[in-house]
Design a protein around this ligand. Structure first.
Ligand code: IMP
Ligand code: ZN
Length: 341
């Protein structure tokens, strides 16, 4: 910060969040509230979320992180009331943090115990988003559907088809996510070609761990012609050059990367420093604020502190993802007017 400047209120700064997984964005307090309700109704034998995920614990690594969902959060958020309650709570938290444009993402999942298909699941989330957009007009939210690396090709194709069907209801694109240590990306190629053929924009978790950063995998992922990439950690120089040449939008998640031990050297050594002002739009993002505990305004504060960005730099950074959103031209114009110069 320059000494003559007023300290920047990062919460008041209008911000764009492009990389937030719905189930990973639910706060522990919210999970606890759902658990209390279910326990009172005799609907759960799960342990209290505040014991499973103690307050102040943010050091989940790639081994402990993914089972949190498959073994716990999905078992708790498993019917329409819990999905509605947690989704609305996530939207409220982003809104309260000064987010003005949010692209939330989620992996469609069927919940047979509640008689829900994966389409029912997505439609439930979309109704929460539509209701919130109506009542909170200072923030616009849309949805990306995630393909998990472990999905079979038929499942991935079904997600692309669902995204296409729901485009007029708030779905704006496709994501590739999931445990980077598992899954064979090449089997999913036809799904991303289908997304491309249907004009659905894509963002991909890219070079997130050494196991998912082989030259073959990175070339395959780039062959999907993605508009944006998430994480971009273990990226060799030639691939970095290609990303720069294509001016791909980069979703950088500092706290997630540092807390999960995905990068070495802490915040000051994060590759944000390398990408800043290279010509690619950068969207600072939270990834999983419920797990890693850092709000988007805190991500901006961290960047200001560790990379010496002044007020003008921060405002430039906050506006930088406008061109990389998957929303409409009208959304972009709305953001250009709303965000500080
Ligand atoms: P959901 O898609 O809303 O159910 O959010 C949770 C899911 O997001 C997890 O099961 C993961 O597949 C995915 N996810 C969350 N964070 C990450 C990440 O950092 N890397 C890859 N996948 C992630
Ligand atoms: Zn992610």
């Amino acid at each position: 910060m320059e000494e003559t400047e007023q300290p920047l209120d990062f919460q008041a700064l209008p911000k764009i969040e492009l990389h937030a997984h719905l189930s990973g964005s639910i706060s522990r307090e919210c999970l606890h509230e759902v658990w209390v309700q279910k326990r009172e109704r005799g609907e759960t034998t799960l342990e209290d979320p505040l014991i499973v995920m103690p307050q102040g614990k943010f050091d989940y690594n790639l081994e402990t992180f993914f089972p949190l969902f498959s073994k716990y959060i999905y078992a708790l958020c498993n019917d329409i009331p819990s999905l509605t309650y947690t989704t609305t709570s996530v939207l409220e938290a982003f809104h309260a943090d000064g987010v003005v444009y949010l692209e939330l993402r989620t992996t469609p999942r069927a919940i047979p115990s509640a008689n829900l298909t994966s389409e029912d699941y997505v439609r439930t989330i979309l109704s929460c988003i539509a209701a919130f957009n109506t009542t909170h007009t200072s923030m616009r939210t849309s949805l990306l559907l995630s393909i998990d690396r472990r999905h079979s090709l038929p499942t991935a194709l079904a997600i692309v088809s669902l995204a296409s069907t729901l485009r007029t209801s708030g779905v704006v694109g496709i994501d590739l996510c999931g445990d980077p240590s598992v899954g064979e990306i090449s089997s999913l190629v036809p799904a991303f070609h289908a997304a491309r053929a249907q004009g659905l924009p894509c963002t991909l978790h890219f070079a997130e761990a050494p196991q998912s950063s082989s030259p073959e995998e990175l070339q395959t992922l780039l062959s999907f012609a993605p508009e944006r990439l998430g994480h971009v950690i273990h990226v060799p120089e030639d691939v970095r050059g290609e990303i720069e040449r294509r001016k791909l939008g980069l979703e950088l998640c500092l706290s997630c990367n540092v807390h999960a031990g995905m990068v070495v050297g802490g915040f000051g050594e994060h590759h944000f420093g390398w990408w800043w002002r290279r010509g690619c739009p950068i969207a600072l993002s939270t990834d999983d604020v419920g797990v890693f505990g850092s709000s988007l305004s805190n991500e901006y504060a961290l960047v200001a502190k560790h990379f010496g960005l002044n007020r003008r730099d921060i405002c430039e950074l906050a506006r930088s993802p406008i061109e990389a959103i998957f929303g409409s031209e009208e959304d972009k114009n709305w953001l250009r007017k709303r965000m500080w110069v």
